[in-house]
Design a protein around this ligand. Structure first.
Ligand code: NAI
Length: 318
């Protein structure tokens, strides 16, 4: 059995082992693969592993009849034309929930950075401002307490629910929008309409998948419904947000700040309006990247493949 991994270097840049997958067949790992190299490298593979390499309908057609299974090294499955894969009888599996806690942790890293301005004050101290200060303390921007603030969670799946638990620990009020409200009783949460969430949240955080329904969900119109001075966080997928509209809202002061782990194109182009937008904190898609988290990912990737080979596929998304 031929197994090809088209972009293995972010999952395992060398600090983890592929041993479990190597035992299952003839395994070739490429660090990264450009669109014009995909067919050459993947032709003849029975099993394809991908992270962010886009697998279109044409590519799927070109890889039949050998290709029977695609294992995503991610939760999101928007990079594969899943419907066409299903039509061709190709099973596509994702890795649900491997990074739930790590993503929720980054959401709060942003929230705490924005409400406590840690790096601003640390830099000020290093620049001598505390030494020169006549008082025992100073602050350069208003600081905000989280207790009692409303956090609005768009997409109340695994990550959204974990964010709710952390928010409850800060005594925040949690509201959520999900197309189908969940029967969820672990921590207090009120399900509301999207409009209500937009207009009443102090902090809005996106945890929905990228689908035709959620593409550009955050746009000029939805942003105009948000509370003045609110905070926006996105760790889901970049195209959920219309970038220019968010940059405009930050630059005009409509929104206080944003924390973004994902952008429309990754890596971003130098002229991406968010790179220079006011109070916009951006990390290079790292929410999933802790070593413990990637270790878990590889273990589920192996497990998914073993289940498929044993005739009991798990985590099928098509
Ligand atoms: P999940 O599938 O458990 O939850 C997604 C939730 O969004 C579901 O409850 C679903 O019903 C809801 N949803 C679907 N359409 C919606 C809509 N139109 N509006 C609002 N909600 C909608 O997925 P999970 O594990 O919570 O992950 C969420 C997303 O986070 C993933 O799809 C992925 O794109 C992103 N992600 C990002 C990572 C990063 O490193 N930045 C790492 C892992 C996931």
């Amino acid at each position: 059995m031929k197994i090809v991994n088209l972009d293995g270097c972010t999952t395992n840049p060398g600090d983890l082992s592929w041993e479990g997958i190597e035992k299952l067949g003839e395994y070739t790992v490429y660090d990264r693969t450009s669109p014009d190299e995909i067919i050459k490298r993947a032709k003849g593979a029975n099993i394809l592993l991908v992270n962010k390499t886009v697998i279109t309908a044409d590519i799927l057609d070109a890889l039949k009849p050998e290709l029977e299974y695609i294992g995503l090294q991610s939760t999101g499955y928007n990079v594969v034309d899943c419907a066409h894969a299903r039509d061709l009888g190709i099973t596509v599996c994702n890795i649900p929930s491997y990074s739930t806690k790590a993503v929720a942790q980054l959401v709060f890293a942003y929230i705490l950075q924005i409400t406590n301005e840690v790096s601003l004050h640390s830099d000020a101290v290093k620049n001598g401002e505390w030494t020169a200060c006549p008082d025992f303390c100073f602050w350069k921007k208003p600081l905000t307490e989280l207790e009692g603030k409303v956090i609005g969670i768009i997409g109340f799946g695994s990550i959204g629910q974990r964010v709710a638990r952390l928010a409850n620990a800060f005594d925040m009020k949690v509201i959520a929008y999900n197309p189908r409200p969940k029967d969820y009783k672990e921590t207090p949460v009120e399900f509301v309409t999207l409009d209500e969430l937009l207009s009443t949240s102090d902090i809005i955080t996106c945890h929905c998948p990228l689908t035709p329904d959620t593409e550009n969900l955050i746009n000029g119109e939805t942003i105009s419904k948000m509370k003045d001075g609110s905070i926006f966080i996105n760790t889901s997928r970049g195209p959920v947000v219309k970038q220019q509209a968010l940059a405009d809202a930050l630059n005009s002061g409509k929104l206080l700040a944003a924390g973004l782990d994902v952008l429309e194109t990754e890596p971003p182009k130098a002229d991406n309006p968010l790179l220079s937008a006011k109070n916009c904190y951006i990390t290079p898609h790292i929410a999933w990247a802790a070593k413990e988290t990637r270790e878990r990912l590889i273990s589920i990737l192996e497990d998914n493949l073993l289940n498929y080979l044993n005739g009991t596929p798990k985590n099928v998304v098509n």
